[in-house]
Design a protein. Structure first.
Length: 175
């Protein structure tokens, strides 16, 4: 079976305590995502990191504080996850400037080329980028999975609603 793990926005600005938009729950999921990386490596699956990569004057900064500006420390993937893939493969990253991993990226083309049977999603924020990317996957008829301990949100109510929404509307398996 051909599986892919997509890890969304596990960046210093969201996860590290000194990040611009950090929140505590994001730090809690790092070890669990590391375990999922190890499981996917053992199965020789593809791992893709979707990463916010904003220009300094991005329109999104009208709604959120400046974060994940291209080529800055804040836009870097947290060290624990970079280390987890080291030696297995080159770090496959797809920069994005909006909530969905499909908007303005080559994710759709890459998935079409890889033709996965299942796509697992992990990362932050459950109610924003994870939800929008799962919607894009569902719209393209991909079978999706999320491990609850591998996603986090700064708003627990939105997190819980989004997991239920992904399960009930998009058919995502929530484990």
């Amino acid at each position: 079976m051909n599986k892919i793990l997509i890890i969304i926005d596990m960046l210093n600005d969201f996860v590290h305590e000194k990040g611009a938009l950090n929140f505590e729950f994001a730090r809690f999921i790092v070890p669990f995502i590391k375990e999922r990386i190890e499981a996917h490596i053992a199965d020789n699956n593809t791992i893709i990191f979707l990463c916010d990569a904003h220009d300094d004057g991005d329109k999104e900064f009208e709604r959120f504080p400046k974060h994940a500006i291209k080529k800055t420390w804040g836009a870097g993937i947290v060290k624990e996850l970079v280390d987890a893939v080291a030696g297995y493969c080159s770090l496959e990253t797809i920069p994005k400037t909006r909530y969905s991993g499909f908007y303005g990226t080559n994710l759709g083309t890459q998935l079409a080329d890889l033709a996965p049977d299942k796509v697992e999603v992990a990362g932050v924020c459950t109610s924003i980028c994870c939800l929008m990317t799962i919607a894009g996957l569902a719209n393209r008829n991909y079978d999706t999975t999320i491990h609850k301990n591998c996603v986090a949100d700064f708003n627990q109510k939105a997190h819980n609603f989004s997991l239920e929404h992904m399960k009930n509307i998009f058919g995502t398996a929530i484990i």
